[in-house]
Ligand binder design. Structure first.
Ligand code: WTA
Length: 670
């Protein structure tokens, strides 16, 4: 394995020149959970200097324990155990604890389905805490009836419907370990994941709606269950039962004895289901995520520490208050959907909104229509979505009253300052703070982020660490680099919601995360700290290029490109170059109505030269109608690198949203 090299000091003018500073609005400084930098700093210091005392107090204040814990942390790198001796139940912390409070009759989930005519709204469902509790208990009994017990693995392969949250919470209630597979993944991915975690049962739906058509989920499960490995052995031989939710009413095949309908099963159970007593370190879920090499890794999260992280970050970062209508647009198939659609908001007794479908169905104003209809106060979405909204034009948000919004969030990739400013002005009306939250599937919860009542923000930086988190930017030897210099982002201290391993592969766990810098967690991201100590994520280190001895962050060049009025989206990759080591290739999608030309190509090269420096000028600019993306919206640079290098596109493309994009990119070269 070649070790990723840290990005050396590079041309950072664009970041260092960022002088716009947005202090917390007065309302936040008055009412937020953390009201000033002074208060943040005091709590942060406490969380580092006496971290066990801090986390111990938080665990007692925030969570309901069935049996109190005895020891805060047992740490033998890379293995952490939090709140040893303690027992609790995640579903009880998200539901039961609210039942004898006024929260019982508050909306826990507000859901809107995708199908809708232009100008119309979709189907709507609201589940109060009491109702959600009942549904979860009943479905937990369905799981038991179908042979699921403590520790068994369950695959959840559902569309964005309330039943996805119900299924997750039902697993947690009986101590089963869920592994949610994004509804856009293929049969092969389902089979691989079943095999890897040896799952016993699959929960799916007949179909789900996406951008106006039906995704045949049950059909994919049927295919997954007969797929074989190279030796001819069935991958999914551990599966005993499939529970099928009726959602899209498309035709499906039911295999007698194996497949059962969700609604029929409910006829056999009642709503009495005690919450299982789970050890703090009992596995809660496995979530598969791509690494830079090899097959997806099953990231393991456990009970007490994960829930504490999800709950506290939701409370402090989104400043959740009683009356908020909170909407995280992530799919339940991603970690953001786990921590910030389901566990974090519900543990806080918040109202969490779920939307089933695409942001541009039936028209590009669907999000804004939803915000106006439900009075959404907090919106948490991804830069890639924001750039799409920019491309579609301001007329769509302008048609709706977005004045209920009070806080905006961003996650998943570095947000370029132009997108940040657009989000701030057009969506936030200039009044909403933006929390740019940096974290990973592996970290379980938000790690670097502004707190909206305390931290002055700057467009493009996730700012400062959350309580108890010690990030550091280091060089290849693991030594801290000076301010403003690029390096590897590592995390020094263990934290409660950290991953506990890669399912079934302790060696890979050690290699991937704990072998770069002794005793520290390696994030895989490049980063630099500015003079205020703010962390600027440059992007994955494997996306950092070396052009003629200059290290250039692809994210930085992309940000420069996107800051040009004509550009909707850009992805930059390296291509081997005899003279310079690597040459920069930019794939650019222009805004609607703008035609590619030599003149625009020259203009963009000059623009990048102006923004960053001549060294960052793309050697090659290729115009594309769309960029290849994973279904979570991440640009697949690995694919672009292969296209840029003119080699055949190889490797795992099962996470690609739309394969035809690659065909078009390649064809454009011919
Ligand atoms: C990137 C998503 C810059 C980063 C929660 C990280 C970000 C990877 C940000 C994890 C952000 C996430 N600014 N980069 N605010 N948030 N990233 O596991 O490269 O899907 O390592 O988790 O996304 O992606 P994952």
């Amino acid at each position: 394995m070649t070790k990723p090299k840290s990005p050396a000091p590079q041309n950072i003018t664009s970041m260092l020149q960022e002088e716009r500073l947005f202090p917390p609005p007065a309302e936040f400084a008055k009412r937020a959970h953390v009201k000033s930098m002074g208060q943040y700093k005091k709590l942060y210091r406490e969380s580092i200097e006496d971290s066990e005392g801090f986390w111990g107090r938080q665990a007692n204040a925030e969570l309901v324990w069935i049996k109190p814990w005895k020891e805060v942390l047992r740490w033998k790198a890379p293995n952490a155990k939090w709140f040893l001796g303690g027992q609790l139940n995640v579903a009880a912390n998200c539901l039961d604890r609210h039942l004898n409070t006024p929260t019982a009759n508050k909306a826990a989930l507000i859901w809107e389905g995708e199908p809708a005519a232009p100008g119309q709204m979709g189907e709507e469902r609201v589940l109060t805490y009491q109702q959600l509790h009942r549904e979860v208990c009943m479905f937990a009994n369905v799981l038991k009836r179908n042979g699921v017990g403590k520790g068994d693995r369950v695959i959840i392969y559902l569309p964005m419907v309330p039943e996805a949250a119900i299924a997750m919470l039902a697993c947690a209630r009986i101590g089963a370990v869920h592994s949610v597979v994004f509804g856009g993944f293929s049969a092969q991915s389902v089979a691989d994941r079943i095999f890897d975690c040896q799952a016993k049962l699959v929960i799916t739906a007949d179909g789900g709606y996406r951008r106006g058509s039906i995704v045949p989920l049950k059909k994919s499960v049927d295919e997954a269950l007969v797929l074989k490995d190279a030796t001819g052995a069935l991958l999914a031989k551990t599966i005993e039962k499939v529970i099928v939710l009726r959602r899209a009413s498309n035709d499906i095949h039911i295999t007698e004895g194996r497949d059962v309908w969700w609604h029929r099963e409910l006829e056999y159970v009642d709503a009495n289901c005690p919450a299982a007593k789970m050890d703090s370190e009992a596995p809660l879920f496995i979530l598969y995520t791509s690494g830079s090499t090899g097959k997806p890794k099953g990231i393991l999260h456990t009970t007490g520490g994960y829930l504490l992280g999800a709950k506290m970050t939701t409370k402090y970062v989104f400043d959740i208050q009683e009356t908020d209508v909170y909407w995280c647009t992530a799919d339940i198939g991603w970690v953001t959907g786990h921590s910030y659609v389901v566990y974090g908001p519900l543990a806080n007794g918040a109202t969490s909104l779920m939307y089933e479908g695409a942001p541009n169905h039936p028209e590009p104003d669907r999000f804004w229509r939803i915000i106006a209809k439900y009075g959404v106060t907090i919106l948490y979405t991804a830069p890639t979505a924001i750039r799409a909204f920019m491309k579609w034009g301001v007329e769509w948000p302008k048609k709706h009253n977005l004045s209920s919004l009070r806080l905006l969030g961003s996650v998943g990739e570095p947000i370029n300052p132009e997108a940040w400013m657009w989000y701030h002005e057009v969506i936030g009306g200039g009044r909403c703070p933006i929390v740019d939250t940096w974290w990973q599937t592996e970290t379980g919860g938000i790690m670097i982020t502004p707190l909206p009542g305390a931290t002055p923000t700057k467009p493009g930086t996730a700012t400062l660490p959350f309580f108890g988190i010690v990030p550091e930017v280091v060089d290849d030897q693991g030594n801290p680099v000076p301010k403003n210099s690029g390096g590897k982002l590592i995390i020094r201290k263990p934290w409660p919601s950290m991953l506990r391993g890669i399912w079934g592969d302790p060696e890979r766990f050690k290699q991937t995360y704990w072998s770069e810098v002794q005793g520290a967690y390696f994030t895989g991201d490049g980063c630099r700290q500015d003079k205020d100590g703010y962390f600027w994520i440059v992007g994955r280190i494997d996306d950092v290029l070396n052009v003629a001895g200059h290290r250039i962050g692809t994210a930085e060049v992309e940000s420069a490109l996107v800051s040009n009025q004509k550009v909707a989206e850009a992805a930059v990759v390296g291509r081997p170059d005899e003279l310079k080591g690597q040459a920069l290739v930019a794939f650019v999608t222009l805004k609607t109505g703008i035609k590619p030309s030599h003149a625009i190509r020259d203009e963009l090269r000059a623009h990048v030269a102006k923004e960053i420096g001549p060294v960052a000028k793309p050697d090659d600019i290729r115009f594309a109608e769309a960029l290849p993306k994973t279904r979570s919206g991440k640009i697949m640079r690995r694919v672009l690198k292969q296209v840029a290098a003119g080699v055949e596109v190889k490797g795992d493309t099962t996470t690609l949203e739309d394969f035809s994009v690659i065909a078009k990119l390649v064809a454009a070269e011919d």
